[in-house]
Design a protein around this ligand. Structure first.
Ligand SMILES: Cc1ncc(COP(=O)(O)O)c(C=O)c1O
Length: 464
């Protein structure tokens, strides 16, 4: 009886030894993988490293999920959260405001390119993308072009999981279970020059072709029906496709020609990932909207934003008009305070400058892996890289589904983790390993990544 009561007490305190997977439904995870095995459980972080529940240390090669740009263990961000929570834990930005959201919107507007001055807060990236599509549709309705509602995005691109964002996402395998999706989301060419169908040896001509594919899609769909084009500065899914020279400038011209909004989805590419506050600044183009999230707070609290140009808010400034859209936790005071502290920290430590000063060294370390037979391509910019794996380096032959399954799921992800590197082996396009460490990383971390990748990729090739 006594024992029973103790069991019950322990249970109510959450101290019974339930398996993590008994209740926690992990995202994008085959739960069956953990039926018998242990779930890697990360309990602590410091700088570029994290520790698991057994005390083992891992180099965080992907900043959590392209998020912890300032690095782990930043007590000043935790303190900013605590201070704000003690002062005003929650208030919305619906018809009222609070100082943290006001100050943060002003700070963000001061960092964006051009007149991207209007900040609509969300809690994450999918909501930011969802908001951008809704804004584009509402804007054209309010300005006399109600048929403009479609969006164009690129093959393999990931833009989130809510129904609108998922429709914009260009990864068919992620979508099938949820069809039918939102109509009017059109796909066009991405900028993977390694697998370019044309001009593979001429980046400028390839960029021109890829941009013109957007124009051809607009023409096909009917310019009067297309509202926006969603592009990441560097496309993540598929394995880091940077823009060819001149690409975004040409896309801008095309968008102007057809009165289509250019949305720069910077859920990953902002906040120093490419050595600048925004990817659009790095590549010198002017979007109509930037969507962002993740490292806006370096992940210390959830926050996203849809940042629009002055022109886009104009119809909603008229008497009696509102953008009928909102999210309870959008612009949450704690997250806003953390974002302000994060931007302060990034500016004080000049993390953008650090990335620019060290990106060549990062590229050089990863490029050493080009001597491995399994490494087809090493590509990226800033602190954002993908390594495409191939079966045959000369022909660029990729793996079939079964090989990819065996290689990535059956071996690589676990082996890299076992070897002390947390990163991502992804087969949403051709198989790639993705790397995006905290922005504080330097030569020692680059060398460690290269060493672990070399050993594990060498073994992987032997297993094909
Ligand atoms: C480019 C891009 N857009 C949107 C999203 C969705 O963001 P979230 O997971 O915060 O909803 C992601 C997430 O990785 C992303 O990389």
């Amino acid at each position: 009886m006594c024992d029973n009561r103790r069991d019950r007490d322990d249970d109510s305190l959450g101290l019974t030894m339930a398996k993590p997977t008994d209740h926690l439904w992990m995202h994008f995870t085959r739960m069956s993988s953990f039926r018998d095995g242990e779930v890697p459980t990360i309990v602590r972080g410091e700088g570029c490293y994290v520790w698991d529940s057994h005390g083992r240390r891992y180099l965080d090669g992907i900043a959590g999920l392209f998020t912890v740009n300032a690095g782990h263990g930043r007590t000043e961000l935790a303190e900013a959260a605590a201070k704000q929570a003690a002062e005003l834990a929650y208030f919305p930005v619906w018809g009222v405001a609070h100082p943290a959201a006001i100050e943060l919107s002003e700070r963000i507007a001061g960092l964006t390119p051009g007149d991207l001055n209007r900040v609509f807060f969300t809690t994450g990236g999918s909501e930011a993308v969802e908001t951008a599509w809704k804004l584009a549709r509402a804007y054209f309705r309010k300005t006399g072009k109600p048929a403009k509602h479609k969006v164009i995005s690129r093959y393999l691109a990931y833009h989130g999981t809510t129904m609108g964002a998922l429709s914009i996402t260009g990864l068919p395998a992620l979508k099938t279970d949820f069809e039918p999706l939102v109509a009017g989301a059109i796909k066009t060419a991405n900028t993977n020059i390694y697998r370019a169908p044309v001009h593979g040896d001429d980046p400028a001509a390839f960029g021109e072709w890829a941009a013109d594919e957007i124009a051809r899609a607009i023409e096909r769909e009917g310019p009067d029906t297309v509202a926006a084009v969603f592009l990441e500065p560097v496309q993540n899914a598929g394995g880091c496709f940077p823009p060819p020279p001149g690409y975004f400038q040409r896309v801008r011209e095309i968008c102007d020609r057809y009165d289509v909004l250019l949305v720069s989805d910077e859920v990953i590419c902002a906040w120093g990932r490419l050595g600048d506050w925004f990817g659009a600044l790095r590549y010198g183009f002017q979007p109509d909207i930037i969507t962002t999230a993740k490292a806006l707070t370096s992940g210390y609290s959830p926050l996203g934003a849809t940042i629009a140009s002055d022109r886009l808010i104009e119809p909603f400034l008229r008497d009696g008009v509102a953008f009928l859209h909102g999210i309870t936790f959008g612009g949450h005071p704690v997250s806003s305070a953390v974002a302000l502290a994060n931007i302060d920290l990034m500016a004080r430590e000049d993390l953008n400058g650090h990335v620019r000063a060290n990106e060549a060294a990062f590229r050089a370390a990863l490029s050493k892996l080009n001597d491995l037979p399994i490494v087809g391509d090493v590509r990226g910019d800033g602190y954002f890289y993908g390594i495409e794996l191939v079966k045959d380096k000369v022909t660029r032959e990729t793996f079939d589904d079964a090989e990819s399954e065996r290689l990535l799921r059956g071996f690589l992800s676990d082996a890299l983790f076992e070897a002390g590197l947390y990163c991502r082996a992804d087969d949403r396009g051709d198989p790639v390993v993705q790397l995006a460490p905290p922005l504080t990383a330097g030569q020692a971390e680059f060398d460690e990544m290269e060493r672990i990748l070399r050993a594990v990729l060498t073994e992987a090739y032997g297993r094909i």
